[in-house]
Design a protein around this ligand. Structure first.
Ligand code: F6R
Length: 607
C-alpha cells in the first residue's frame, strides 16, 4: 500500500527518496511523487507509474536540495492520475504533504476551505491537509503550531509527513494508526512508513505511536503528544534487521524465490524453539505471560487474507493438541461485532506485515478489556509486534511478493509450536508432532523438486475461467488459501470449499469447463474426499488431485500430483507449496504480473 519516505541532511535528498521508494515498491502502488526543497525553491515531480520511470525522467535534471519527501500511492480516493499523486501542495506551494491512510472528515474540512476560496485540484482526501496547514499558518504564524493544529483537526487513520518552504531543513510528521519510523543517522535523519528503506543507512530508529507528531531536523527529533501538545522523551532503539534478505538474486520473481525459501522458512520458525531431543517446545516470546496463559480457556484469533487461512489451521491445531476452544475471526468483522469477551480469553493477532489496519483495529478494540493480546507476526518491530503483550515472531525474513507464500508456511509452523507449548506434553500427538515438524523441510524440498511437473499442470489448466478447490478438515483452510492464491495471481475466478459442502450448493456449478483441484491426502476423511471427487466426475468436472500415491486416484482423477506423506495436522504446510507453485505458473502462463497483481497492495494499511 502507500509508502512514505523523507530525508534531511547534508546529502542530496533525491538519492535517498528514489532508493527508498524503490525499496517500498513491493507494497504495491499505482503512482509516484517527490518534492525536494533547495535554494531555488521547491521542485515537485509526480507521475502515474513506477519509481523507475520517475528516476529516468530525472536523469540529467535532478532535484537539487537537502530535504524532501516522497510517496508511492495506492489509490483510495480518486483514480491513479498525476493530479491525485502525492506530495500535495497548498495553493502557494509553500506546504507539501504525503499521506498514508484515510482522512474521514475531509469533506467537512474541504467544504470549509472552499467557502474561504481555496481551489482544489485533486480528487483526494489528502489535499485538504496542505490547504488546512496553510490556513493555520496564516492564523498562527508558526509552522510547527500550524502543522499540529491542522493535524489535530483530522479524523481517521493516517500517517503524514510535511515539508515547508518556511521551515528549511525540517521534516514534520504525525501518526494516527498508520506506521512511521524515524531513522537517526550521523548528522542526517530519515523517515519512512516501514524500516526497510532506512536500514541501509542507520539501524538507530524511533517509532512514532498513535497520536504522536515529530519535528525532525538533521540532529534533533522532538516527539509531541497530539492530544495535549506536550513533549515526549523517547530514546532511539537499535533494530536487529537484515535488509539483504530482500534481494531477488537469480530468481525471475520474488514469489518463486519466496516459495523456494519454504524449507529454510520452516527451519527458521523452529530454530531454538523445537527441542526434539528434549521432546520440548520453548517459546521465549511467551515466557513473560506464562502465568496468564495457564488461565486462558478461550482463544480468539484475528487476521486477514492468507493469515486468516493460516489462523484457521491454527484453530484446528490448538483445539486438537491443547484442548482449548478457539475461534478465528476476520479482523475486519471482529472489530464491529458486539460479542462478550471474558478476561480468560486470549486474542492472537496473526499478521505477516504487522501493519494490517483491520488487524490493528481488532487489537485496539479489545485494548481496554483486560484480555491478553498476543501476536504471531513476521515483521520485526512492526505495529502489531509492539502493541501486543507478548508473541512469537515468524522469522520468515522479508516477504516482497504481494501474494503471501512463505509467511503462510511460517505462520502455520509457529501456530503448531504454540499449540504444543500450550499442550505442555498432555496431547497423545505431542511427540509425533515434534518429530514430524523436524522432518518437514526435507519433505518440502521434495515437492520443490517437482516444480516442472506442477508447471505443466498449471499450463494445462490455466485457461479455464473458473476453478474450484476442495479439502476437508486440516485441508479445508488450504483449499481456501489455494483459491485465494489463484484468483489474486491469475485473476481466474476460484472458490475454495470444504469437500462436504459440495452437495449443499456448489455442485450446481460443475461441468466440463469447471475444473476442481482436490486435496486428497491420506487421513481420516480420505474416503469421503474420494466420494466428493466421484460426485464431481459424475457431473463431467475435470479433477486434478493432490494425493500421497497415484494408485489411490487411478481411474478417478484426470491428473494427479503425488506429494510426501506427513501427519494430518501438518499436511497444510506441505499441501500449500504445490498450490502456491500452481498459481505462480498459471499466472506466468497468462502473462500476469506475479509479484504485483493488479489492484492489490502488500501491506494493507487502510481499513
Ligand atoms: C494474500 C495476501 C493477503 C494478506 C492479508 C493480511 O496473498 O497476502 O491476503 O495475507 O492482507 O496481511 P498481513 O498478514 O500482513 O496482516
Amino acid at each position: 500500500m502507500c509508502g512514505i519516505v523523507g530525508y534531511i541532511g547534508p546529502k542530496q535528498a533525491q538519492d535517498f527518496l528514489l532508493e527508498g521508494l524503490a525499496t517500498l515498491e513491493y507494497r504495491g502502488y499505482d503512482s509516484t511523487g517527490m518534492v525536494v526543497i533547495g535554494e531555488q525553491g521547491p521542485r515537485l515531480v509526480r507521475s502515474v507509474g513506477r519509481v523507475e520511470s520517475v528516476k529516468r525522467d530525472l536523469e540529467g535534471d535532478p532535484l537539487v536540495g537537502s530535504y524532501g519527501i516522497g510517496h508511492t500511492r495506492w489509490a483510495t480516493h480518486g483514480a491513479p492520475l498525476e493530479r491525485n499523486a502525492h506530495p500535495h501542495p497548498d495553493t502557494n506551494r509553500e506546504f507539501f504533504v504525503v499521506h498514508n491512510g484515510i482522512i474521514e472528515n475531509y469533506q467537512v474540512i474541504k467544504a470549509d476551505l472552499q467557502k474561504n476560496g481555496v481551489q482544489f485540484i485533486s480528487d483526494t482526501d489528502t489535499e485538504v491537509i496542505p490547504h488546512l496547514i496553510a490556513a493555520e499558518y496564516r492564523r498562527l504564524g508558526n509552522v510547527t503550531e500550524a502543522f499540529l493544529s491542522a493535524v489535530q483537526q483530522l479524523h481517521g487513520a493516517f500517517s503524514i509527513v510535511m515539508v515547508s518552504t518556511f521551515a528549511p531543513d525540517t521534516l514534520f510528521a504525525a501518526r494516527l494508526s498508520s506506521p512511521l519510523v524515524i531513522g537517526i543517522g550521523d548528522g542526517e535523519s530519515f523517515i519512512a512508513s516501514d524500516p526497510t528503506p532506512i536500514m541501509e543507512h542507520t539501524k538507530k530508529v524511533i517509532f512514532l505511536n498513535d497520536f504522536e507528531a515529530a519535528v525532525i531536523t538533521p540532529s534533533e527529533h522532538v516527539i509531541i503528544n497530539l492530544k495535549d501538545s506536550s513533549t515526549i522523551e523517547r530514546l532511539p532503539q537499535v533494530l536487529d534487521y537484515d535488509p539483504d534478505v530482500a534481494v531477488l538474486g537469480d530468481y525471475p520473481h520474488f514469489m518463486l524465490k519466496e516459495i523456494e525459501e519454504a524449507p529454510q522458512t520452516v527451519r527458521s520458525a523452529l530454530l531454538g524453539r523445537l527441542r526434539t531431543e528434549q521432546n520440548l517446545v520453548k517459546l521465549g516470546g511467551l515466557d513473560l505471560v506464562e502465568e496468564q496463559l495457564r488461565y486462558i480457556d478461550r482463544i480468539v484469533i484475528v487476521s486477514c487474507g492468507t493469515s486468516y487461512y493460516a489462523s484457521m489451521v491454527g484453530e484446528y491445531l490448538i483445539e486438537e493438541i491443547a484442548g482449548i476452544p478457539v475461534e478465528v475471526q476476520l479482523a475486519s468483522e471482529f472489530k464491529y461485532r458486539n460479542e462478550p469477551l471474558s478476561r480468560s480469553t486470549a486474542i492472537i493477532a496473526v499478521s505477516q506485515s504487522g501493519e494490517t489496519a483491520d488487524t490493528i483495529a481488532a487489537l485496539n478494540k479489545v485494548a481496554g478489556y483486560g484480555v491478553l493480546r498476543l501476536g504471531v507476526v513476521n515483521a520485526v518491530g512492526s505495529t502489531i509486534a509492539r502493541m501486543t503483550d507478548a508473541g512469537v515472531y515468524c522469522h520468515a525474513g522479508a516477504e516482497q511478493s504481494v501474494a503471501s507464500t512463505k509467511a503462510f508456511v511460517a505462520q502455520v509452523s509457529v501456530l503448531a509450536l504454540i499449540a504444543l507449548n500450550l499442550a505442555k506434553n498432555a496431547s497423545p500427538l505431542y511427540e509425533e508432532l515434534i518429530k514430524e515438524l523436524d522432518n518437514l523441510p526435507a519433505k518440502i524440498e521434495k515437492i520443490l523438486a517437482q516444480k516442472q511437473e506442477i508447471e505443466a499442470l498449471a499450463k494445462k489448466y490455466a485457461h479455464h475461467r473458473d476453478f474450484l478447490f476442495i479439502g476437508r478438515r486440516y485441508l479445508y483452510p488450504v483449499a481456501l488459501e489455494g483459491a485465494l492464491k489463484l484468483k489474486e495471481l491469475s485473476y481466474i475466478h476460484a472458490e475454495g470449499y470444504a469437500g462436504g459442502e459440495m452437495k449443499h450448493g456448489p455442485l450446481a456449478m460443475i461441468d466440463e469447463n469447471f475444473p476442481t483441484l482436490a486435496l486428497a491426502l491420506d487421513g481420516e476423511l480420505f474416503e469421503k474426499t474420494i466420494s466428493n471427487i466421484q460426485e464431481i466426475k459424475a457431473r463431467g468436472g475435470p479433477v486434478l488431485a493432490i494425493c500421497n500415491t497415484t494408485e489411490q486416484l487411478e481411474g478417478i482423477a484426470d491428473d494427479v500430483l503425488v506429494i510426501p506423506r506427513t501427519i494430518e495436522q501438518l499436511q497444510p504446510i506441505l499441501a500449500a507449496i504445490p498450490l502456491q507453485l500452481f498459481s505462480y505458473y498459471a499466472a506466468i502462463e497468462l502473462g500476469r504480473n506475479v509479484d504485483r497483481p493488479r489492484n492489490l497492495a502488500k501491506s494493507v494499511t487502510v481499513e
